[in-house]
Write a protein that binds this ligand. Structure first.
Ligand code: BT5
Length: 320
């Protein structure tokens, strides 16, 4: 009920009458008033004028299920949202849900993670109430070898979602970083539950720095990380609106991918990537290789053209 009420109030800058709310939500005028009071207790500011109705003047920055649903325009991504104040990692919660048959499109979102993780068990810094730390469960009918394509698809969706919600130009760094002006704003971690020849579930984890100010970052991250607020003169964003934009893009790209395959995802990825066409250094588990990033393969493998003209296939590495 609360998400539908919020949807009505956020859809317009002007007043919504108590009668209209009562009719649209199928509840009494007294119930409307009670819900409005409840919103006020949660930090919403509403103007109430007799015979005109209610007008939302301020919404707090919350990323709970109700707030997200109020701004969400998807078919099924986010139709089930599990919201937690504090978790080890949203990936862990989502894995558990996926093992217990959670439906495709389920989203786990947390205010903070105390064991937020990156690739290869690196740490993901997730200070409370500042960013978006969430995991999405999908169940594509694909072979496990194709799963890396979903990391690249997610990078495209996050980049587009960020640009749409904020107007700030973002770029992709292979394979899973989103950058603004060369600094990391988001990271993606895709993990899989599968049988030998079939994917059962893919858990797409996304960490996006939104409202952190300088003091929220540990010193070692400051030179290489940023937040949307820092890129916007310290002015903060509504996290629910940003996640809704990302989920919308994710759903669109995912449906496109299932229907038409990886080709257009790959083209879009290459057009948004900073890495392509540049001289880079790829540090893999066993060596460091330098060359020009030529593009990616159908499987999301990075193609690196070395000075002697030969092509090196980079499956997993850190790029400088
Ligand atoms: C990633 O790994 O970039 C994937 C991060 C995925 C995080 C999400 S949050 C929701 C879900 N639940 C989880 O537990 N994880 C996912 P990688 O490419 O390995 O980058 C990790 C490195 O990024 C670290 O070693 C730091 O250098 C840096 N880093 C850590 N926290 C950061 C932050 N908040 N912003 C920018 N950089 C960060």
């Amino acid at each position: 009920m609360r998400d539908r009420l919020l949807q009505l109030l956020t859809a317009t800058d002007s007043f919504v009458s108590g009668q209209e709310i009562s009719t649209k939500l199928g509840i009494s005028r007294t119930a409307v008033w009670k819900h409005i009071e409840e919103l006020r207790k949660n930090g919403y500011e509403l103007e109430a004028v007799p015979r005109k109705g209610y007008r939302l003047t301020h919404a707090p920055d919350l990323a709970s299920a109700d707030e997200i649903k109020a701004s969400l325009h998807t078919e099924h991504f986010g139709s089930s949202i599990v919201y937690k104040k504090k978790v080890t990692s949203t990936q862990e919660v989502a894995h558990e849900l996926a093992r217990n048959e959670a439906e495709e499109g389920t989203v786990v979102v947390a205010e903070t993670q105390y064991k937020g993780k990156g690739r290869m068990n690196r740490e993901w810094h997730s200070p409370s109430g500042t960013g978006l730390w969430f995991s999405l469960i999908v169940r594509p009918d694909i072979i496990p070898q194709k799963a890396p394509q979903l990391t690249l698809m997610t990078a495209v969706a996050v980049t587009e979602g960020v640009m749409e919600a904020t107007g700030i130009q973002a770029q992709i760094k292979w394979p899973n970083d989103i950058l603004i002006d060369g600094k990391k704003i988001a990271g993606i971690l895709t993990e899989m539950q599968s049988e030998p020849d079939r994917v059962q579930a893919i858990i797409i984890g996304i960490g996006l720095n939104i409202n952190q100010q300088v003091e929220h970052f540990p010193e070692e991250l400051l030179p290489k990380a940023t937040s949307l607020a820092l890129e916007n003169d310290g002015v903060t964003y509504q996290r629910a609106v940003v996640i809704s934009a990302i989920l919308k893009r994710l759903e669109q790209w995912y449906l496109h991918y299932l229907q038409h395959g990886f080709k257009e995802v790959r083209e879009r990825w290459e057009s948004l990537a900073v890495t392509i066409g540049r001289q880079i250094k790829a540090t893999t588990m066993k060596e460091t290789v330098s060359g020009v990033a030529e593009g990616i393969t159908e499987d999301g493998v990075l193609l690196l053209k070395k000075q002697d003209g030969t092509i090196e296939y980079i499956y997993s590495a850190d790029i400088d």
